[in-house]
Write a protein that binds this ligand. Sequence first.
Ligand SMILES: CC(C)(COP(=O)(O)OP(=O)(O)OC[C@H]1O[C@@H](n2cnc3c(N)ncnc32)[C@H](O)[C@@H]1OP(=O)(O)O)[C@@H](O)C(=O)NCCC(=O)NCCS
Length: 213
Amino acid sequence: MMNEARSPHTLGTVRLGEGAVIDEGAVLGYLSPRRGVSDILVIGPRARVRSGCVIYAGSRIGERLETGHNTIIREENEIGDRFSIWNNSVIDYGCRIGSGVKIHCNIYIAQFTVIEDDCFLAPGVTIANDYHPGCPDSRDCMRGPTLKKGCHIGVNVTILPYVTIGEGSLVGSGSVVTKDLPPGVVAYGNPARVSGTLAEMRCKTGRREAPYL
Ligand SMILES: CC(C)(COP(=O)(O)OP(=O)(O)OC[C@H]1O[C@@H](n2cnc3c(N)ncnc32)[C@H](O)[C@@H]1OP(=O)(O)O)[C@@H](O)C(=O)NCCC(=O)NCCS
């Protein structure tokens, strides 16, 4: 005999600013299974949320949010203005994200990550928060990395817990960042090592002398 389907999940309260365009098939205010989480979702004016996106209750997001399809933003996230997150990306709970941050496709941001204003994460970036998964103290010492203002993170980069990436630095494609990086540098490889400063970098296409001057 078949079991009856369970009733749909109850949603929390959504405080949505004016001018929002929310696709059919997007879910706002999904209640967290975690105990003690607020049932209120706050999203500022002029949000554009596309189909397949699920945003949990207990998060606060500023104005002009823009999402792609099939994106998940979990609870207890504090996110600034002009946040854009593209298809199939996941922001796990408890992150702090500034304004003007752009998160591309297929990205995973682990719990308790900090991303400051104007950072850019290219497709496939993966962020970890637990050095020793399965350790009995994991739950208490989980902490994501901190990406300081204006970092650029290349495609398929992995960033380990507790690491700080300095202001404006650029991490090359496919890197694994295991240790702190200073501000204003280029770093790449596994493990990522500093190869120089942004100021020293030269344009490869010949359109301009230097990409960051
Ligand atoms: C890291 C990066 C910024 C370096 O650029 P660059 O300073 O112009 O360096 P070059 O291309 O001159 O390469 C210098 C050396 O580093 C190597 N290298 C460059 N990028 C690398 C990377 N991501 N991983 C490993 N080695 C790399 C090159 O093969 C070259 O090696 P060689 O000296 O033995 O020939 C660039 O290669 C990069 O990864 N950019 C990010 C691309 C990206 O993900 N964009 C996201 C938007 S889609």
